[in-house]
Every structure is written in C-alpha cells, then in structure tokens.
Design a protein around this ligand. Sequence first.
Ligand SMILES: NC(=O)c1ccc[n+]([C@@H]2O[C@H](COP(=O)([O-])OP(=O)(O)OC[C@H]3O[C@@H](n4cnc5c(N)ncnc54)[C@H](O)[C@@H]3O)[C@@H](O)[C@H]2O)c1
Length: 356
Amino acid sequence: MFTRSVVQTLRTAVPRRALSSTRATAPLVSAPAKTPLARRNVSSSPAVLEGQEPIVAVKEDIKIPYPDEAEFPPGDLGHSMEGPDVDVGRHTRRTLASFSMTDKVCVVTGAARGLGNLIARTFAESGSNAIAILDLDKEMAEQAAVDLVSWFEEHGEAKKGEIKAIGLGCDVASEDSVKECFKTVIDKFGRVDTLVTAAGIVENYAAVDYPADRFRKLMAINVEGSFFCAREAAKDMMKRDAKGSIVLIGSMSGAAVTPYNASKAAVRHLCSSLAVEWATKNIRVNCISPGYMATALTRVILDREPELREAWTSLTPQGRIGEPEDLKGAVIYLASDASAFTTGADLRVDGGYTLT
Ligand SMILES: NC(=O)c1ccc[n+]([C@@H]2O[C@H](COP(=O)([O-])OP(=O)(O)OC[C@H]3O[C@@H](n4cnc5c(N)ncnc54)[C@H](O)[C@@H]3O)[C@@H](O)[C@H]2O)c1
C-alpha cells in the first residue's frame, strides 16, 4: 500500500551529518531554545537503503530500513482515524466565517491515503459537502470516498447524505486522464472551487545514475501532474468567471538539493508563475511545503530506529516531527477565503527546519 515516497522525502532532507554523527558531535535537542542546532549541509545526498535498488550511497555505515508493505497495519491511512473525540468537529462558538469551506467543491489529488486523504477529510470537517478524491488506484480512491462519508455520518458530524464524495482513478501524469477526471467532477458537482495537489512520488538516485525514464516519471507526476490539475481547475474557474483557490503540495526539500528536490522546487516556482498569471482572474495559487510528517510510513521506521527520531527532531527548532494534522490549518487558510489577498506564497510547515 505504501510507496517509498515518504521515507525518501525524509531521507532526502536528512543531512548526512545528522544521520551519521549527530549523536557523536552535537547534543540532541529536547529543548531547542536552549541547545544550538546542528548546522545542515543541504547538499547532502541520501543514505543507503537496505535491500533496495539504486539509491545513492554516500556513507556505507548509514542504513535506514525500509519496511515491507506487510508491516503496515492494514487500513492505516497515515493519520488518526479515531473519533469523535480527536481534533475533528464543527466549531459552534463564534469563529471566523472566512475559514469555512461550506458550499465549496473541493478536489484533492493523491487523496486515497496519506496527507491528501487527511486534507480531503479536513475539507469535510470545515464544511465542504462536495469532495472529489483523485488517486492512481481507482478502487482505493472509491473506498476512500466511501470511508470519508461514513466516518462523518457515523460520528454525527454530518447527516446521512449531507456530504457527497466521489473517488476517481486518475493518473495525474497523464493530461488525458486529468482532463477526464475534472470533466467527471464538473459533471457531478457543477464546478471546482478548490484544488489541492497532494499526489506525488519521491525517488533518490545519484544524478549521474538517474535512469532517464525514472527521472521523466518523477517530473511527470510531481511537476506536470501539478500543472495539468491546476490548469483544469483554473479553466473551469475562468469559464465561470469565478474565484478559486489552488494549493500545490511541495516539500521543504524544495529548498535543498538532489533531483527529487528539484521537482519540488519546480512545484514551488510553478506556484509563483501561475499565481501571477491568474491573479487578475481571482484565481489564487499557493504552495505548502511540509517538513517531516509522522505518517504511517515514518511511524514504522521510527519505531524500529528510534535514534532517527532524535536526529530529525534535533534539526527541527520546534523539537518534534510534524503530525499530518499540523497541515490542517495551513491548508484551510490557503484554500478558503481567509487568504483572499494571499497568492504565490510558499507556506512552510516544518517546525522551523529550513530556517537553520
Ligand atoms: N509525508 C511527508 O513527510 C511529506 C513531506 C514533504 C512533502 N510531502 C509531499 O506530500 C505529498 C503527499 O505525500 P504522502 O506522504 O501523503 O505520500 P503517499 O505516498 O502516502 O501518498 C501519495 C498519494 O499519491 C498517489 N499517487 C502517486 N502517483 C500518482 C499519480 N501518478 N496519479 C495520481 N495519484 C498518484 C499515491 O497513490 C498516494 O495515494 C507528496 O507530494 C509528498 O512529496 C510529504
């Protein structure tokens, strides 16, 4: 169920020094304000994965075990599914209306699991009753849509039939597939008000060894996929002369180096370009660059290699790894009218990692 993407995202951003010698040379920080952070070498290459194919080897002693698919608990979407007493629910007190997603049609790519799934659920939590879940695997996307609706109905957050969610198989790297899916969404819901592009993969090859087909695939999904989806959403918004919000999911790795990170830097720059080009049409385009997020995949890794947690947290000023839920506020801010005068922004949700 889980690809290598998360661990490779993390590994890409983890500096060699942090993984190999943090404990030996720099004190680990439990209270970041009191302890100086290790300086990072952002040009560091990824580490060696045991039992994996072409991965950049920079230090033989660095091993990050990659869990087998079977090690993941079945049905673990990568974020909390407990309820209703988790951080989910409608706010009944006075609250800023501009943050509401009520009456907005929301499309989220890569939403069958992981951060995209959390984002789709956050839209339901914030009032949206029309949500499209796009993902490569049609069955997973359909199931995710069913699960989303039943969770909110079951926990009393929505009446039966109140929330409509559809799951669609979509390869974001294929222009035709993207066009077809957006057509289906518009046929079903009438329009697209908000798009979040969370579909993405990670690969780590040394640049000199990067097979051309793999590199093209990386760029096709992360960069072209973001562009195709943003363009289809924008076309619908322009056709209706309506405002809209597009949020591209980048990565804090976009501020570092390696070919994967170049794809995320491209996403960030794509955001700037589209934001300017579409600004007068009232279509806002912003980017979220998450840092280390404790998804299902990273939890399995960290349970097995607790010292990695120390290395990662020691390099994060807030002294912890992010929870997927830490993205909720950022995504709703940028997707909703609350950010009406914000476009072209890159909102880093990384606990301050990229500042040091
Ligand atoms: N998890 C992290 O710590 C982290 C940190 C920074 C950035 N990110 C970025 O956030 C995004 C989501 O990451 P995640 O951790 O949820 O990863 P994930 O692998 O759990 O989820 C990605 C989803 O995208 C889908 N997908 C892959 N290729 C696709 C394609 N061609 N068309 C449609 N869907 C496709 C997958 O099926 C999967 O459901 C990615 O872009 C990733 O680079 C994640």
